[in-house]
Design a protein around this ligand. Structure first.
Ligand SMILES: Cc1cc2nc3c(=O)[nH]c(=O)nc-3n(C[C@H](O)[C@H](O)[C@H](O)COP(=O)(O)OP(=O)(O)OC[C@H]3O[C@@H](n4cnc5c(N)ncnc54)[C@H](O)[C@@H]3O)c2cc1C
Length: 436
């Protein structure tokens, strides 16, 4: 599908950016991928999104949807097609302070959300970066700094305003469009364009925040001790571990966040982590949640991070899996490996309650490799880990093939996702597919 841009409808006048426009160079690309689209549309309403979808179809142009442009597969841009960039749809409103219900448009960034909600004493656990878009996280999952306390971002979505590929605007909630709500919470990218979400936020202002640096032994025993501590920890504690290569082994940089502003709760939650190895650097503070997804994260996306990422979920951490993680992060061509603690509230929803069905796993392992040899480096690093994987999270995946789909949506969930994508998008306008 690669046509020519047709006549621009009146409602999109001034909102379509083509290569001759001086705005084009900052709109063409995403974080990982330089794009050369025929046009970027900047809708200001759901109606505009519908018009943009119709323009693409009438012009025979392939569509890319973009909220924050941080997607790891580069699907937020394309070559020769039409990009619908939702950045102008970025309102953040508290609908009902009593029930903590907020309405957030898909083009907002999580730094903006954190800042806007902080003035109401509210927060949403989203991800670790303030520049990531609401639309990508809230249609895929959302493994944030408070994931064990809050669960995934999508666990708290109560309604989604969607523009279907045929241009129709629909509000999906549990009563009126339960199937659409089900698929938008975890596999939204193939069903429709989410323009806004109603999400239940949490009461939260300040959090405990600690950073630890420690050596990791080649057998991964340190990582196993970390996993054991997390398994016994209260939900308030969530951690992210970065493994950095130190020749034949690795060092771990742990960020721990405690969902409390009470120093003794924070201390009690953090203390067991101090026993897992000889900690070389440690610091702990109570900080506003906004400092974890700060405004200075906001930046333009110009394809500045050419890279490839994959991930897998782990149930427990066996000795073999722990050793494979250290191997992936060390040696002559290491991958950049991150671990996120799951469990706690991520296990609460019934697996079948939404398209993200992974509700028993304990760890999310993410591996990235950077240009120029990103494909081969990642493939080699991931090989020893692959046998230990128990499902995957769609948002930390660069591949757009059937194998990646099957890891994210295994078994009957995959069948239901495919059926619903066909139902809402019979022409396959939004269906994820390998880059042209
Ligand atoms: C630096 C960095 C840090 C990250 N940290 C985290 C983290 O801590 N936790 C976490 O869970 N994830 C994290 N991610 C992954 C992130 O969830 C995904 O990359 C997500 O897709 C980014 O959302 P976006 O709106 O910025 O992406 P975009 O590039 O705008 O979109 C990516 C794709 O998502 C789909 N999509 C986006 N918006 C919509 C919409 N409104 N309606 C329908 N489909 C849509 C489309 O298929 C689109 O092509 C991180 C990514 C990066 C690059």
């Amino acid at each position: 599908m690669n046509g020519n841009l047709g006549a621009i409808p009146a409602e999109l006048a001034g909102k379509v950016v083509t290569p001759g426009d001086r705005r084009y160079h900052i709109l063409r690309s995403t974080y990982t991928t330089v794009g050369r689209p025929a046009a970027v549309v900047l809708p200001e309403s759901a109606h505009d999104v519908g018009a943009a979808l119709r323009l693409a179809q009438d012009s025979g142009l392939r569509v890319a949807i973009r909220s924050g442009g941080h997607g790891l597969s580069g699907s937020g841009t394309n070559d020769g097609g039409l990009v619908i960039d939702l950045r102008a749809l970025n309102r953040i409103d508290v609908i009902d302070r009593g029930s903590r219900l907020v309405r957030i448009e898909a083009g907002a960034r999580w730094a903006q959300v954190a800042e806007a909600l902080a003035t109401h004493g509210l927060a949403i656990s989203s991800g670790d970066h303030g520049n990531v878009g609401v639309g990508g996280i809230a249609t895929g999952g959302g493994v944030g700094w408070l994931v064990r306390q809050y669960g995934l971002t999508i666990d708290h979505i109560r309604a989604v305003e969607v523009v279907l590929p045929n241009g129709t605007a629909v509000r999906a909630d549990a009563e009126t469009e339960p199937d659409l709500l089900w698929v938008m919470r975890g596999a939204g990218a193939g069903a429709g364009v989410a323009v806004a979400f109603e999400i239940e936020a949490m009461e939260l202002r300040d959090v405990g925040y600690a950073q630890l640096l420690l050596p990791v032994d080649p057998a991964g025993e340190t990582l196993r001790r970390w996993a054991d501590v997390i398994a016994q920890s209260p939900r308030e504690l969530s951690t992210a571990v970065l493994l950095s290569s130190q020749g034949s082994t690795a060092a771990a940089f742990i960020t721990a966040v405690v969902a409390s502003d009470n120093p003794s709760v924070v201390r009690d939650a953090l203390e067991p982590l101090l026993g897992i190895a000889d900690i070389t650097v440690q610091q702990a503070h109570i900080v506003p949640y906004t400092e974890l997804v700060p405004r200075f994260h906001l930046h333009a996306n110009t394809g500045q991070m050419p890279s490839r990422t994959t991930n897998g979920l782990l149930t427990g951490l066996t000795p073999d899996a722990a050793r494979a993680l250290v191997t992936a992060a060390s040696g002559p061509a290491p991958a950049f490996v991150q671990l996120r603690s799951l469990g706690g509230a991520t296990h609460d929803p019934a697996p079948s309650s939404m398209a993200f069905t992974h509700r028993h796993q304990d760890i999310l392992a993410i591996a990235s490799a950077f240009s120029p040899n990103e494909r081969s480096t990642l493939a080699a690093a991931w090989k020893p880990l692959a046998p230990h994987i128990d499902g995957a999270y769609v948002n930390f995946e660069s591949a757009r093939d059937e194998a990646a789909f099957a890891r994210a949506y295994p078994g009957s969930a995959g069948t239901r996702v495919t059926d619903l994508w066909k139902h809402y998008d019979p022409e396959g306008v939004l269906r994820p597919r390998p880059p042209a």
